[in-house]
Design a protein around this ligand. Structure first.
Ligand SMILES: [Zn+2]
Length: 261
């Protein structure tokens, strides 16, 4: 199995990363997304220690206001040194109190870096789909494609984004009752553009499906990366597709976008 998007470096995992990985023996590869200069070194260290970790480096819109004058140089150095993706990058007009100013500039800069290097880019977008579409249409975008992680845009935009090179990843959070519209949208995703993710430690599954219980040191619940198994099987049921067939096409899609190394 392939986890197209998570944050295994998160401090909330309290140093238990090796243990968590040991609990995911079926995961061939996971893309571990850094979010800011502060956590890029831990993503790099995880990738060096664990062959199943594909590192991804980027500035998430929630953290761009912490960036130092050196951030772009540092990002380029990491991308020189590692076989990596670019992410998590994006636009967010949903999070309360988050400034929008500066988000587009930082996003476009990172999209350009991914494009110049032809690296896959992992994109976060909340309540900014119109601008996201405009910026991607203006481009350029990586020739190999890019990931719209936890795609929550409209079904109407799926073919438009797909034409630009988008892949769409389905998180376990969309198995919640209230996420019916989001689930339905995934029926319209082209067969060769579907991916699956946990976004661990975030986006917990609904309680009855949460096969791998996990908490942080304060007892706050976390999403365990081994829950990828449940996301695969529940999505297969929802799409009325044999699980083996879903596994096979998600593998092909993952390797086409993120590469074999
Ligand atoms: Zn994420």
């Amino acid at each position: 199995m392939y986890d197209a998007h998570n944050h295994l470096q998160a401090e909330r995992f309290a140093g238990r990363q090796a243990e968590l990985l040991a609990e995911c023996p079926e995961v061939q590869r996971m893309v571990v997304n850094g979010c800011c200069e502060d956590d890029w070194p831990s993503v790099a260290a995880l990738a060096e220690a664990h062959p199943q970790v594909m590192p991804s480096f980027g500035y998430h819109p929630w953290f761009i206001h912490e960036r130092t004058p050196n951030w772009e140089k540092e990002l380029n150095q990491l991308l020189d040194a590692h076989s990596a993706a670019v992410g998590e990058i994006g636009l967010d007009r949903w999070k309360e109190g988050l400034e929008y100013a500066g988000q587009e500039e930082v996003f476009v800069t990172q999209l350009r870096i991914a494009t110049e290097r032809n690296l896959p880019a992992s994109i976060h977008c909340l309540k900014a789909w119109g601008r996201m579409l405009e910026l991607l249409q203006k481009g350029p975008v990586p020739a190999r494609g890019f990931l719209l992680h936890s795609y929550g845009g409209s079904a109407e935009l799926v073919p438009v984004f797909a034409k630009l090179g988008a892949y769409f990843s389905f998180p376990g959070y969309f198995l919640r009752q209230a996420k019916g519209r989001h689930r339905e949208t995934f029926r319209t995703v082209p067969a060769d553009r579907l991916l699956i993710e946990t976004d661990a430690p975030d986006q917990r599954l609904p309680d009855p499906l949460n096969a791998n219980q996990l908490t942080d040191p304060n007892g706050e619940p976390l999403n365990h990366p081994a829950n990828i198994r449940v996301v695969y099987s529940e999505l297969a049921k929802f799409l009325e597709e044999p699980e083996e067939q879903l596994e096979k096409r998600v593998e092909e899609n993952f390797l086409r976008l993120f590469g074999h190394t």
